[in-house]
Design a protein around this ligand. Structure first.
Ligand code: PLP
Ligand code: COI
Length: 335
């Protein structure tokens, strides 16, 4: 496939099969792989009223020898366990969840696209207890569902430089829930993101509560310049990206000085005059920022195009994904 071929938008198409396991009476039941079909849920289900839900997103890649490898599934499963704990949902059993992911990949093996496509894995955990009074009571039952989707670029337009609205008024989510990958956080970012699109033709909002740079609605935020990379230090306010972690390790191996600390919008705008900025995430991989829009003023990032350092780091990570560069950290796991 060449780049001019029309591909489905990210996540719009599912593979033929999913895996499902249910939690009841204090334990997880056996998992089952079955054709993707609607699920049955009580209209009183906990998730529908009190948003007891979390999910994960990671990718599997077809390797040059035809096998399919999963990128850092262990870290994503740990993050899902942490999300579940924070939301008082039954924690998925890590071995069972890994087996469910592998079962879906193996059942859908022929549906895994060739590079540069990938299979996006989407485990979803929902509280199913039927009780509309349970606003302050955890769901005693839950379903864990693993979906898969053939994906290519997240942002339409591939490597086009992104326009990012810098928002120092709104927060993306409650301060202690940033580390939790839960639907409510995305719901909260939806209106500001739609407004940014309508008013400024922005691709994403960079949330900077109290003037501190945090993350965008669906990716972490990195500043890059020759020999230096900077991003916010880990705390509870934002999602600890697996891609962020991978890129910081690759950058360090390239001899970059890696700085993780709190920094301000003013500092970011100063950096942007001569440096680069990018969004990192499973879906985005590493997507270059061309313009930061702050209080109605457009600030070009470097030349306004995707920077060369951003492109080089992305190429290095993609080469590991696709089995074209040595996997020194053991990030690719068997399917
Ligand atoms: N921040 C948010 C809000 C996200 O939705 C994502 C994507 O999953 C990330 C950061 C990046 O996380 P990861 O690199 O683990 O995909
Ligand atoms: C991911 O990178 O997995 C994301 O969270 C993006 C997704 C919300 C589409």
């Amino acid at each position: 496939m060449n780049d001019t071929v029309k591909r489905p938008s990210f996540g719009a198409v599912l593979t033929s099969h999913m895996a499902v396991a249910n939690f009841q009476d204090g334990q997880w039941g056996p998992s089952e792989v079955k054709p993707v079909e609607p699920i049955t849920l009580s209209p009183a289900a906990h998730v529908l009223h009190y948003a007891s839900t979390c999910f994960e997103g990671f990718k599997a890649f077809r390797q040059p020898d035809g096998r399919v490898k999963i990128f850092r599934m262990d870290m994503h499963i740990r993050r899902m366990q942490q999300s579940a704990r924070q939301l008082t949902l039954p924690e998925p059993d890590p071995e069972q969840l890994a087996a469910m992911v592998r079962a879906v990949i193996n059942r859908c093996k022929d549906e895994v696209p060739e590079a540069p496509g990938a299979l996006y894995l989407r485990p979803l955990l929902i509280g199913t207890m039927a009780n509309i009074g349970a606003a302050a009571t955890p769901s005693s039952s839950a379903s864990l569902i693993v979906l898969a989707s053939q994906v290519w670029d997240y942002f339409a337009g591939g490597m086009k430089p992104l326009r990012i609205l810098v928002d120092d008024v709104n927060t993306r989510c409650a301060a202690h829930l940033g580390v939790v990958k839960t639907g409510g956080n995305y719901a909260a970012a939806m209106a500001p993101t739609r407004e940014a699109r309508a008013k400024f033709n922005a691709d994403q909002v960079l949330f900077c509560p109290d003037g501190e740079v945090q993350e965008t609605g669906a990716a972490n935020f990195l500043l890059i310049r020759a020999g230096q990379i900077m991003t916010r230090s880990l705390d509870l306010t934002f999602l600890h990206g697996v891609t962020r972690d991978s890129l910081l390790k690759i950058a360090a191996e390239n001899g970059y000085k890696v700085t993780e600390r709190v920094f301000s919008v003013a500092e970011m705008l100063e950096w942007a005059k001569t440096g680069e900025a990018a969004l990192s995430g499973t879906a985005a991989i590493l997507a270059g920022v061309g313009t930061l829009i702050h209080r109605g003023i457009e600030h070009k990032v470097g030349s306004g195009d995707v920077g060369p350092l951003t492109r080089a780091l992305r190429t290095q990570l993609v080469a590991i994904h696709q089995g074209l560069a040595p996997d020194r950290h053991g990030w690719l796991q068997d399917s």
